[in-house]
Every structure is written in C-alpha cells, then in structure tokens.
Design a protein around this ligand. Structure first.
Ligand SMILES: [Zn+2]
Length: 681
C-alpha cells in the first residue's frame, strides 16, 4: 500500500436496455461504493468511474421491436439508471456514456493505435446478408431451424428451446428478422484480436502472479478459460449502431461492443479529469496507481483476459491490481430475471420503502454473493432491519442522544474514574477501524459490515449493562463516565458507518454535531470531546411491519402466477409484408346477433362489411351480451376460408383482444363515422 499514490476504481458499465435491480447493486455497485468511500475516508486520491454501455445489437433490436430509435432506448435507460445510482448514494466521481463524443474518439484512437502496431489479424469470411434490408445480419437478426432440436424458431446465436449456442450459419433455412427474406452469403472483412498470442502473458500475470491475492472464483474461471485455449476474437462487426471503425472506405462496420465498452472506463476518466482540471493519464498509466475493476461473474472473461490483452497490446496502460468479481444474487430462491420480471427494481423499492436506502444497502452487503451465489428473501430483509438496525444500532444511538439531552442539555460530560469494564470497552473500540480496514482491503465487505455491527452491539450492550437511567439520581459522577464512554462509541460509529450506510452516517454527523467523517483521526482518539454540544435526536431506522413484507411477497406471487399462466412464448416466425397484405381486414358493423342453441359461448352474427353481409360464428357470448352488441363497429378478417361450426357456415372472423385471464375485448375503430368496408392496414 505504501507506494500506491492513487486509485482508479471502475464499476461495470450497466447496459442500457433495462433498469437496474438489487442483483446489480449487491454484485457490483455497493461493494465498489464501499471501497471508494473507504479510500476517501482515508484521504486517498480516488477516481471512481462508471457510465452507461450504449452500443451493441441488443439495443438495436430492442429499438427495432419497439419501433423507436436506439438513441431513444439509451436515453430512457441512461436516465433511469443514473437516478437509481444517485438515489442509493453510489458515489461515482464520474458517470459517462459510451455514446458520448469523448468515448467515440477514445475508442477509435485505441483501435487505430493497435492497428498501426499490426496487432489485429484481418480475415474475410462469408456471412449472411439481407438483400432487401441491404445489410449483414448479426446473429440475433437471423432465425431458423435449430440443427439440434429442430425448433424452427431458433436465433442465430442460440436456440432458446434446447439452450444450444449456435452460429447463424448452423441454422437450417435461416431467415432475416429484418425483412423476412432469405439471406444470401456474402463476403465481409473483419479485424480480430489474436487472444491466443496473449495466453502466456495471462498465465504469468494471473495464474502465477495472483494465485494468492485474487478471489478463488475469479482465479478459477481464468484458469479454465486458459486451459480451454484462447481464440482470436473479432473486434468489428457489420452493424449500423455503434462506433464506426476508423478506417477509410469501409462502410457499415462498427467496433464490437465488447471492444468499445471497457475503453469506456478510460474515456469516463478523461471526461472527469477534463471537468476538474486534472490530468487523466496518471490514473491509467502510472505504475503507482492501483486499478481495480468491480464486476459480476458474467464479466470475468472481459476484465481478466480480453481487456488486459488490449491494454497489454497497446503497451501504454497499467493492468488491474485486482478484479474482485462477485457471484450472483438470487431472489426468493429463483434466479433474478428481467424478462420474467423476477426482480426487485430499485425505483420500485423506493416507492414502497421511501428513505430506506441504507436498509437495502445493509441487507445486500450482509448477504453479498462474495464467494457463492446467495439468496435475497424479504423475511431476511425484515429480520435484519428489525433485529439489527432498529434493535441494536438505532436503539443505541437513540438512547445515547436522548439521555445526553435529558441529563446534560446535549453537552458531553467530563468522565470520572474509569472502572475495568470502561477501560476494556474504550480499548476495544480502538481496534474496530483497523479490523474493518483489513477486511475492506481484502474485499471482504460482509466481514467488514459484521464488525461495524459489532461496534454498535458493543455500545448497545454497554448501556444495557450499566443502566445509567437507574444511577442518575444517586451516582451522577458514575453516569458522567458511562455517558462519555457511550458517546465515544457513537463517535466511532459515525465515521466507520460512512462507507456502508452513507445516509445514516450523514444523519449521525448532524446529530452529533460533527463536520465530516475521517478514518485517519479516530484510532485511539476521543471522537467526541467533553463539553462538545450535540444536536437533538432524529429517527435512523424504523420497524418494518409484517404487512409490508406480505405486500412484497404478494407482488412476487402475482409475478409468478402470471409467468406460469403465460409462459413467455417465442415470437412466431416473421411474416413479410407480402404475406401480411394477403390478409383482408375491414371495418364491419354487427347488424344482428343471436345465441346458438346448446353452446356456451357461441353467437351467430350478421356483419355488414360495406359491399356485402357475412354470417360469422364467434365465441364471445361469455364476454358480451348479444343484445348489446348490435350496431358495434368491429374489425373483421373477411378472406378466412369459410368453415362450418355447429352446422352454420362461418364466413369470417371478428378480431378480438384477449388478456391473460382469457377475457375478450372488441378491437374497434377510434372514429364511429368510419364507413363499413373500410380497409384495415
Ligand atoms: Zn435447439
């Protein structure tokens, strides 16, 4: 530590195609924030860097599916994600975006630099090309029959039915999801980073060099990647959303998102330095800088193999000192899933538990998936709040502050003689700073938090054991000592809580009338001097009721029921416009309706479609009273092959909306004046 002059801390760039949830917080952002706040409390030079990851095909597809531009997608989620980080006190020094100009320039320069050093291999290969859309197809834009399980809706990169990972060239009868047409094979050139050439470097640097100081889960993953052998990896791709490859006369190629995203740490640092009149270079180039990447386990390969290989290839940058990746957090026994809505979203949490950010920060740290996957449960959340934060931490602070006002009008008393127990307590609190520091420096945040709670426990027990409220009448001098010792514990808590519970620490600073937190000046010192006047008490934590927990569990139950009712179906095979045009849908008006005898839900309808009148049998009697639908304007599919139902020839189909419970609803024109027979496009 002694030669370390500064720290560059990065937290995984969140991908802007959705909001963030408790899994992200517990795996990456809370540990990174604790570390950053800890270092600042030790008065270290810190750059805590993050930003939104805004390129890649997933964003392009989401935009296409929602009929909006990629820019609209990223703007929406960048805003939401930033707000969540602010709300939870994640103290980035800079939060940037990979769509920013400074990042585009930085990433292009990085590419040009490696290209000029002849690091890349250029390879031409055949890839699928959509002639109608005039573009090469990313794997996700191709759909076809899985060669393994014959599912005919497999994607070019993966079959969601059997889980096999695929290449789009593996698919049988591949089709473009952009136009529905059959793509052709066309030759295209790409640039590859020859990772195989960096195997020796990674082996020596991590497998030999960090056997003992890196987390076993991270080390193990790197080892197995190396043992399986590294392959060259394309750094460019044919796509129109991303950073253009900075080479003349090539169109439609962008940097692969995995290549540009980690460079985002460097560009975000540049942006920060520029805004603060600093030089960014020492934060990435000086060997006395400690670079640490905070990530989840799904990102280990990028931060331990690929990005280091890029940094090494450039020859200009330092390598990370550590990559303390976490495992995954589950929710109530199930994997957190965005598509199944199985998550606790941060913006929703704050609606249900306003101003209780620190409770979530506390529980997620106490339960962090540091060495294995872990489970978040609402019952554990309630128990940790009620039994630890309220009953121990909050209770101790409340007592010490209220009694100081009651006995001394808020003025810290002068201690009398210490007995052995007082001396023992005063001696023990000196060691907490060191113990917590040691754990944090080993990235053992759960252990560090346990020590913090032990400090609060020490205070709570000390007051409970000595019961100053029973002695105040007869032994006021003894009470002076007890209260003085208690206030020293509270003083230590203010400082040491800051990295873990920043909102609580801020309230405590105000209550104890202190200016700022500082870990350098508390070891062995009195934190609150005799005569110092403290402010009045404020509520730190409040009990969480059973009904609040039931609400949360009911929400999850509803999600589960909904998922079971409606297993998210894969999208049906795409239909091109020609096929769609074959469907004749027009506006019609129901002229006549009657129930069909001996059926539960069938009605016989006569529908005017302008030039003609059709007889249609429709299964809507459970949802509509036949007498009330005469005169309704509806949408009718009029060229459906006629078929006999209960002996009646049905000559078309009324289009209906159907919700998850099966309830039907007419699709009706907005304007009642539209004439019968109007085309629906
Ligand atoms: Zn399959």
């Amino acid at each position: 530590m002694s030669i370390t002059k500064r720290f560059t801390l990065t937290a995984a760039l969140p991908y802007t195609n959705g909001p963030i949830h408790i899994g992200h917080l517990s795996g990456v952002y809370i540990p990174a924030d604790i570390y950053a706040r800890y270092l600042r409390n030790k008065k270290k030079d810190v750059a805590f860097i993050c930003g939104s990851d805004e390129h890649g095909v997933a964003i392009a597809i989401k935009a296409k599916n929602e009929g909006i531009t990629p820019k609209q997608v990223i703007d929406k989620y960048d805003k939401l994600i930033r707000k969540s980080f602010e709300d939870f006190g994640i103290s980035f020094d800079n939060y940037s975006r990979t769509s920013s100009k400074i990042h585009h320039e930085t990433a292009q320069e990085f590419f040009k630099d490696l290209d000029s050093k002849n690091i890349f291999i250029e390879k031409t290969s055949e890839q699928l090309f959509d002639e109608e859309a005039q573009q090469f197809l990313a794997d996700r834009f191709v759909i076809g029959t899985c060669p393994i399980c014959k599912n005919n809706e497999a994607y070019g990169d993966q079959c969601e039915s059997c889980g096999s990972s695929l290449n789009s060239s593996d698919l049988i009868n591949p089709k473009s999801t952009l136009s529905g047409s059959f793509p052709i094979k066309k030759r295209t050139k790409h640039w590859y980073l020859p990772l195989d050439k960096y195997e020796g470097f990674i082996k020596e640097w991590i497998l030999d060099g960090h056997k003992h100081d890196w987390k076993p889960n991270v080390y193990g993953q790197v080892k197995s990647w190396i043992e399986n052998g590294l392959q060259p990896r394309a750094v460019t791709r044919d796509l129109d959303w991303g950073i253009p490859v900075p080479i003349e006369n090539i169109d439609g190629k962008v940097l692969y998102v995995w290549f540009d995203a980690p460079i985002g740490y460097i560009s975000s640092t540049k942006e920060w330095a520029k805004n603060n009149g600093l030089d960014w270079q020492p934060y990435w180039k000086d060997k006395n800088t400690e670079l640490v990447h905070f990530i989840g386990k799904d990102n280990i390969v990028f931060h331990c193999i690929i990005f280091p290989a890029m940094l090494k290839a450039s020859g200009k940058y330092i390598l990370p000192k550590n990559v303390p990746a976490n495992e995954f957090l589950n929710l109530e026994g199930n994997k957190i899933s965005t598509s199944k809505n199985w998550a606790v979203w941060l913006h929703e949490y704050l609606k249900d538990f306003p101003d209780q950010q620190d409770v979530l920060r506390y529980v997620l740290t106490a339960n962090a998936p540091e060495s294995k996957d872990n489970d978040f449960t609402w019952n554990d959340f309630q128990a940790r709040n009620n039994n630890e934060l309220v009953a121990i931490y909050g209770n101790f602070i409340n007592r010490i502050v209220v009694l100081t006002h009651k006995y001394y009008n808020g003025k810290t008393p002068v201690p009398d003689q210490y007995n052995d127990q007082d001396k023992e307590v005063l001696n023990s609190i000196k060691h907490f700073q060191k113990k917590i520091s040691n754990s944090i420096e080993k990235f053992k945040f759960r252990e560090a938090l346990r020590e913090l709670m032990n400090l609060a426990r020490t205070g709570n027990k000390y007051l409970a054991d000595h019961e100053p409220w029973k002695l105040i009448k007869d032994m006021p001098n003894r009470v002076n000592t007890i209260m003085y010792v208690g206030l020293q514990i509270a003083g230590h808590l203010v400082h040491l809580s800051n990295p873990f519970l920043p909102f609580t620490s801020k309230k405590l600073l105000k209550m104890l009338n202190l200016k700022s937190t500082d870990w350098n000046n508390i070891e062995g010192e009195e934190t609150i001097k005799s005569g110092h006047i403290i402010n009045s008490q404020e509520l730190l934590f409040s009990k969480i009721e059973d009904s609040q927990i039931e609400n949360q569990l009911n929400k999850l139950k509803a999600t589960k029921n909904n998922n079971e009712l409606k297993p998210v179906p894969p999208l049906k095979t795409v239909v091109n416009f020609e096929k769609f045009k074959n469907l004749e849908i027009t506006i019609g008006e129901i002229l006549f309706a009657e129930k069909i005898a001996k059926t539960k839900n069938l009605l016989k309808l006569n529908v005017n479609i302008g030039v003609d009148e059709l007889t249609i049998v429709s299964g809507i009697a459970n949802d509509y009273n036949f007498k009330e639908i005469i005169g309704r304007k509806v949408c009718v599919l009029i060229n459906l092959k006629p078929r006999k139902i209960k002996g009646i020839e049905s000559q078309g189909m009324i289009l209906m909306g159907k919700d998850v419970s099966g309830k039907l609803s007419f699709i009706s024109p907005d304007s009642p004046n539209i004439s019968n027979g109007s085309k629906v496009h």
